[in-house]
Design a protein around this ligand. Sequence first.
Ligand code: KIV
Length: 263
Amino acid sequence: MTKVTISTLGKMKAAGEKFVCITAYDATFASIISEAGAETILVGDSLGMVLQGHDSTIPVTIDHMSYHTECVCRAANGALVIADMPFMTYSTPDQAMANATRLMQAGAQMVKMEGGTWLSGTISKLVERGIPVCAHLGLTPQSVNTFGGFKVQGRTPKEAKSILADAVEIKDAGASLLVLECIPADLASDISRKLDIPVIGIGAGPGTDAQVLVMHDLLGLSRHTARFVQNFMEGQSTIQGALKAFVDAVKAGKYPTEEHSYR
Ligand code: KIV
């Protein structure tokens, strides 16, 4: 595919064209995800759960992320690669700078960090020095112990207001993309309309500019799946077919629907 950049994604948002992100952790899957037409690949710290067998993303280290980012970047073929900063690798701006540098040198074009207002100083520091940032709000899995489980966020007016305020602040700090995970569909649509940066949803309803799913979930390989996950292997005989079906469904506005959304 033609090389995807931040400007490509900005233009797609402006034109009302949905784009797609799928997680990958190795070269083979990066290559077929790119061939399926996904514009972005996320080297997610979800690898702690789907590859390493942990029950959260907390044990993942910067060495793990750096290794898998290198593997993915060798085969991304033009898709924009975002790499997750793992738990406690960005708690100060200097620590974030050192660890984000490792992921950029492993080949990523952008790093992703979970958090809102408290992260804005770190985001502006990274962006000023040439490291694009994707922020992640809502159900941020690295905070699972604070939330008391993998729970939908933003359901009360107070929580919704705080997520919206965080979104505006991280955008003003210079974030190029925002992931919204497991929040009510109306709130996600509202944030996507208000921000001029592309918003990627997961369990956030159909109103975002793009969708992301963990590859193992969309291929029906995970034991426990959330309400928002659809098994795209159904009706397909190959993994390539399932990945393409996901890409096509997002672009056609057929996934996600009301049944995959929280209200
Ligand atoms: O780690 C990951 O795969 C993620 C997605 C769930 C957005 O952060």
